[in-house]
Design a binder for this molecule. Sequence first.
Ligand SMILES: Cc1cc2nc3c(=O)[nH]c(=O)nc-3n(C[C@H](O)[C@H](O)[C@H](O)COP(=O)(O)OP(=O)(O)OC[C@H]3O[C@@H](n4cnc5c(N)ncnc54)[C@H](O)[C@@H]3O)c2cc1C
Ligand code: SF4
Length: 315
Amino acid sequence: MNRFEYVAAPDVGGALAARRPDAAFKAGGMDLLDLMKSSIRAPGRLVNLLTIDELKGIDVDTSGATIGALATLAEIADHPDLARMFPALALAAGHAATPQVRNVATIGGNILQRPRCWYFRMAQYPCLKKGGDTCFAMDGENKYHAIFENSLCAMVHPSNTAVALLALDAVVRTAGSGEIPIRKFFVTPDQDILRESALAEGELVTQLFIPATGARSHYLEFRERQSFDWALVSAAAAAELEGQTLNNARVVLGSVAPIPWRIDLGEIAATDEALDRAADEAVRGATPLAKNKYKVQLARTAIRRSLRELARATE
Ligand SMILES: Cc1cc2nc3c(=O)[nH]c(=O)nc-3n(C[C@H](O)[C@H](O)[C@H](O)COP(=O)(O)OP(=O)(O)OC[C@H]3O[C@@H](n4cnc5c(N)ncnc54)[C@H](O)[C@@H]3O)c2cc1C
Ligand code: SF4
């Protein structure tokens, strides 16, 4: 690991004042320190955010949920009002990693973690995402890689909470540009090969806001091992219920594309046949690589099951 300066930011203003081109914000540090230990990142200054009280806390009222960027995954998973109003988010946070990780990992850091692609994580592979000229996954070990939007870089976005936040139409609040709708927050490799978010260099995430729309939501994931593991495929579904119809239905798939992969289904009958048809249609455009064809079937099943879970309220 490189040598670095350490700054404990007293407040948001102090964190912004401590910025410089080679500085990095540190929240829980789970991802950042991992990358530093592997020599993938080498910031000259770490600006610790954990000392900033105004970035902490979760507040839920009739307008929605305001979640501080430093709220931990454990706090989100265990929050009774979030579980009641936005179950997809509580479930997504609760499924991530291990209890130890969830106690440290923050939601701000979770949506900003870098790719888990093993070629990206090893310094000896100078892939496209690190400024090189090759994607080693294309003809390499691509079992865990993307089945959508994978022609340039086949990484999958690693964040559980991003999947739920996109299904719930959240807004990212920052100390810089104000508000970024989550639909515009994640960027594809075609848009910017070196970054995964629209956050400007040195921009600080302060809060996530989820509007209360009355939508029902659900999150599920499939893993190789049940103890702790990254999802092979996950899905967050949300919709408003009206009689036997799901209105404004959407499903966001995780671990299938470089961004959380949103599928808007509009108005759909809450019947097994209609939901199965929607799932079949949603995966029709998949372009799996040599070793990840299994993800297409997993994605289809994840869509079907998450939508059926929403529809169960009408039975
Ligand atoms: C064993 C293990 C299993 C895991 N499994 C999962 C899983 O299943 N699902 C999942 O989603 N994750 C999983 N993770 C990843 C873990 O959840 C993330 O590493 C963690 O959420 C990152 O949050 P952090 O607070 O530690 O971020 P940090 O490491 O502190 O920061 C991550 C990045 O975000 C930036 N950043 C952080 N906060 C802000 C802010 N407020 N404003 C601007 N920039 C900011 C940092 O500069 C850095 O670039 C796993 C990790 C481990 C070790
Ligand atoms: S999938 Fe993306 S991150 Fe992985 S090797 Fe290819 S370019 Fe790099």
